[in-house]
Ligand binder design. Structure first.
Ligand code: SAM
Length: 281
């Protein structure tokens, strides 16, 4: 089945982690998503698609910024994340947004529906990216803008590489995935991103580098932050759950030591490197 591993992760432990830690993840990712969103003129939008919207924060933010009468649809594979996103609509009084639980690679969308599409780190997980992006493009009106943010390499993103390097001292970590394998770093190579978008029928492709310090786990001491930090990584998280406290403790201690230089004013601060990608359907 296509996207089987991703479905298992995002509708399982990964999705549940994101629901519980929604605010922390938003604090880290919001400034990066904002950079991509600024590439789209929301004044011209009638119906926008938020690709891989997760727990819905970007969709709700877009809904609040859209002009009168315009709407946004957040679409995501994950059952717990879209259930959570939907549960926010009523309490937050939002009437111009909706959420679809769907696989944007596999599930056909009505053609020509959207006049803009956006994503904050939700486009790197398709096992057939050209099929996924072609599906998205066919759901967009001709000439409609697409903007998304994705990660550069793990080496340039310490929030990931530091955890992996530290964990390796305590547990056997699998070999690094192939650079283009579906996952957070699949779009690190800009030639690859350009070829996917071109082969999916997008034009006017612009890819800009962006570096920014991001904040994680505000209000937590370095040890709590280390424990939560470890849980972002699916391999380390699975080990901690299975191994029990005795074996997990040394790893968390080691991680807390490695993170200490990045823990300032009650939060972790890391440099991040992303690509801001824009194109037209
Ligand atoms: C790193 S999370 C980002 C979530 C959200 N955009 C945010 O910034 O908080 C990646 C999201 O992409 C979604 N995703 C992965 N593969 C997908 C697919 N084939 N179709 C739709 N969503 C997908 C996941 O379920 C997950 O919510």
């Amino acid at each position: 089945m296509a996207n089987e591993q991703q479905t298992e992760f995002w509708s399982g432990s990964g999705g549940e982690y994101w629901v519980v830690n929604q605010q922390q993840m938003d604090t880290m990712l919001e400034p990066l998503g904002a950079q991509a969103l600024a590439r789209i003129d929301l004044n011209n939008v009638h119906h926008m698609l938020d690709i891989g919207c997760g727990t819905g924060s970007t969709t709700l933010d877009i809904a609040a910024r859209l002009p009168e009468g315009a709407r946004v649809t957040g679409a995501d594979l994950s059952v717990p994340m879209t259930d959570y996103a939907r549960s926010r609509l009523g309490p937050e009084g939002v009437s111009n947004a909706n959420f679809m639980t769907c696989d944007l690679q596999l599930d056909k969308l009505d053609s020509g529906t959207f006049d803009a599409a956006f994503s904050r780190f939700g486009v790197m997980f398709f096992d057939q990216p050209v099929v996924g992006f072609s599906n998205i493009r066919s759901a967009m009106k001709s000439g409609a803008p697409l903007a998304f943010v994705c990660w550069q390499t793990p080496r340039e993103n310490l929030w990931h590489s530091l955890a992996v390097a530290t964990a390796k001292k305590f547990i056997e970590m699998p070999a690094a995935p192939e650079p283009r394998a579906p996952g957070p770093f699949a779009f690190a190579d800009t030639d690859y991103v350009t070829s996917i978008l071109t082969d999916s029928g997008f034009g006017d492709i612009v890819i800009e580098p962006h570096t920014q310090t991001v904040e994680l786990f505000a209000g937590q001491d370095v040890r709590n932050a280390a424990e939560n930090f470890a849980r972002i990584n699916p391999i380390i998280s699975a080990f901690m759950t299975e191994a029990g406290d005795d074996k997990a403790e040394p790893l968390i201690d080691g991680l807390a030591d490695a993170l200490a230089p990045y823990h300032q004013n009650g939060a972790l601060h890391f440099p991040s490197a992303t690509w801001l990608v824009s194109a037209r359907a």
